[in-house]
Write a protein that binds this ligand. Structure first.
Ligand code: G6P
Length: 631
């Protein structure tokens, strides 16, 4: 969601901040702003609604905001509509639109998260003579710090600590104080924030890509901690105001990994990176030809003693969980529940310390997933996180972490992180089966072998992209699309449908194929595209029948077929291949337990090309955010 950047050092701050914000655009936003403290002691700020280039233009690429320290923000509206008044930065005094860009406020801040008791705090501040110009909770937080600063005649860290004790909710709050040139202050609770240090300069951001071009040495600031940031150095404080020592971490991502590298869109780049991402992820957990999760503390004692598995996640990560359920149940014979993390937190927790909660998250920051993890931890339930972003909140709080090594994922619609999640979950299913004596060594090695071949097969799927591109041109005019499948193919349908709708804005739904007749089939009209996933031989004939039922009612069919998943039906399908309304895509053969990982790739491509042919913003679809850091 919102993006935060901060800088203090030797460069022109506005340029660094604008670059950082551009690297965070993928998080989703609807307005942006900057504040820079000049050498003349003046703080200049500028805000703009819409895309970042409006802010870039208004500030003449930052030149109109001279100074070597500053803060910036991209806002995804929560409290108040996305206009300039509500855009960040916010100030402790008055803000007037177009007032020559100067602010005479003592405290200026940007914020991610939600202050839950903002109404009560706003009333308190009103009673003390403060007035408000915006609808935001951020203005409340900034004014509260100003209030404590003046009431108790204390320094910024003490004022921030008083603010932290008083507010409820989540925040990554970054502040500048008029009388502290060159200094930036930060505080955090439940919203991501990192601080990167280089020679003579310090960077602050809500996410790694914003600072990757400058430094890979970062500090992760924890809940209820504050930081005082100076050029090339940073000091951390606990809630008592005592200085504490934190250790820096080196980010493993290469700066180039967060660039387009010649691709038109990040999404296509990330689709094409899947074979390498899958290979890197699997290789990391292979030792002497066998799977080895001991580096995450997942030894056979722990895996062997589990009674059931519960998976909690959101969005595509939840789809990875749904897909994994089939593999874990089939191979390890363990009961698996898959919960939407946003619902899980409001249900009675019927898990015991003999169960394992697995949370899956690309960003490691999704608020609902993080909360599901915390609930389980409070009840003493062992937790495992499948996470892509090193050092993220979920990665730091889970008992055990398996990293997907997909590298930075910038496009809002996930692709490579999703397939790496699937791969790791398949690998976990195989390992669970083996340590629980559900499969013999020979079978175990066969599955490991199958997993090792998935990256090359994924590359084959991607190389057939021109065919998908032609099919997408036909989909671009559709109003509704249905994806159907049974068993593991249903999970692929869910992800394929989400990929299409989130970036092409075409309404689509995924249905378990057997459910169509219970209502949905009434929506099928002449030409409605119905996409069937057929990778599971035990159920593919049935799904095919459901597809033909749709065809009989006018539907235009597309099948994604794996290997020999269709026998007799395959012949029928082949005959139909030339008919104008009938199309199919074949993906390489793989063990049926893992075929979903391949079947999803043409569906990612289908979503991508459909969005491109509709002329849409593929990487940053409207209203969406890459990281959903509020409930
Ligand atoms: C957002 C993203 C999705 C993602 C979901 C969960 O909605 O747009 O692509 O699947 O959040 O995110 P996570 O970071 O927890 O995987």
């Amino acid at each position: 969601m919102c993006g935060i950047v901060g800088y203090t050092g030797k460069r022109k701050a506005a340029g660094v901040l604008l670059h950082g914000l551009s690297m965070l655009e993928y998080r989703g936003y609807d307005s942006a702003g900057l504040a820079v403290l000049g050498e003349d002691g003046q703080i200049r700020m500028e805000k703009a609604t819409g895309k970042l280039y409006h802010l870039d233009k208004k500030t003449e690429h930052g030149e109109r905001l001279p100074g070597r320290s500053g803060i910036g923000h991209t806002r995804w509206a929560t409290h108040g509509e996305p206009n300039e008044k509500n855009a960040h930065p916010h100030v402790s005094g008055e803000w007037k639109q177009g007032a020559g860009n100067f602010t005479d406020s003592d405290v200026i801040g940007v914020h991610n998260g939600i202050i839950e008791n903002q109404t009560e705090l706003r009333e308190k501040l009103l009673r003390h003579g403060y007035t408000f110009y915006s609808d935001t909770d951020t203005e409340v937080a900034v004014k509260l710090v100003d209030y404590y600063l003046k009431k108790y005649q204390i320094g910024p860290i003490d004022a921030i600590n008083r603010m932290m004790v008083r507010v409820r909710g989540s925040y990554a709050l970054v502040l500048m104080f008029r009388d502290r040139p060159g200094e930036i202050y930060a505080a955090r609770k439940d919203s991501p924030m990192i601080i990167g240090v280089a020679d003579g300069e310090t960077f602050l951001a809500s996410d790694v890509p914003a600072i990757l071009d400058y430094t890979r040495t970062v500090y992760y600031i924890d809940n209820y901690q504050a930081a005082r940031i100076l050029p090339g150095e940073v000091h951390f404080f606990d809630l008592n105001g005592d200085e504490i020592s934190l250790s820096p971490v080196t980010i493993s991502w290469e700066p180039k990994a967060a660039e387009k590298n010649g691709y038109e869109h990040f999404m296509m780049k990330e689709i094409c990176e899947q074979p390498d991402a899958l290979r890197n992820t699997l290789t990391h957990y292979l030792k002497d030809g066998e799977l080895d999760f001991s580096q995450a503390g997942l030894d056979s004692g722990l895996l062997g003693g589990i009674r059931s598995v519960c998976i909690a996640a959101c969005g595509s990560a939840w789809h990875a969980g749904v897909a994994a359920r089939y593999a874990i149940e089939e191979l390890a014979e363990l009961p698996v529940r898959v919960e939407l993390a946003s619902e899980f937190r409001y249900r009675k927790l019927l898990l015991s310390p003999k169960d394992l909660l697995i949370v899956i998250s690309q960003s490691g920051e999704t608020a609902d997933t993080l909360e599901a993890l915390r609930i389980a931890k409070r009840k003493g339930i062992p937790t495992l996180a499948i996470v892509n972003v090193q050092g993220s909140g979920i990665a730091r709080e889970a008992d055990h972490v398996l990293y997907t090594l997909a590298g930075p994922e910038i496009a809002v619609a996930t692709t490579k992180a999703f397939s790496c999640q699937l791969l790791l979950m398949y690998a976990l299913a195989v390992q669970l089966a083996y340590v629980r004596n559900k499969i013999e060594k020979e079978r175990y090695l066969y599955y490991v072998h199958e997993l090792r071949h998935l990256p090359d097969k994924a590359a084959d799927c991607i190389s057939a992209k021109e065919k998908v591109q032609r099919l997408a041109a036909k989909l671009a005019g559709a109003n509704d699309v249905f994806f159907i499948g049974r068993g593991a193919d249903y999970a692929v349908s869910l992800e394929g449908s989400l990929k299409l709708k989130e970036i092409s804005y075409i309404h689509s739904e995924a249905y378990a194929a057997g459910e169509l007749k219970h209502g949905t089939i009434s929506l099928i009209e002449k030409g409605t595209p119905v996409i069937g996933i057929l990778t599971q031989s035990s159920v593919s004939e049935k799904t095919l029948s459901n597809m033909f039922e749709c065809k009989a009612r006018g539907a235009s069919l597309l099948a994604v077929v794996s290997g020999e998943a269709l026998s007799d039906g395959g012949a029928a399908l082949k005959e139909e291949d030339d008919a104008s309304e009938w199309r199919w895509i074949r993906v390489p053969e793989a063990d049926e337990l893992f075929a979903g990982l391949l079947a999803v790739i043409p569906l990612q491509l289908l979503g991508y090309y459909t969005s491109v042919s509709r002329g849409l913003d593929v990487d940053k679809p409207r209203n969406l955010a890459k990281s959903v850091t509020v409930e």
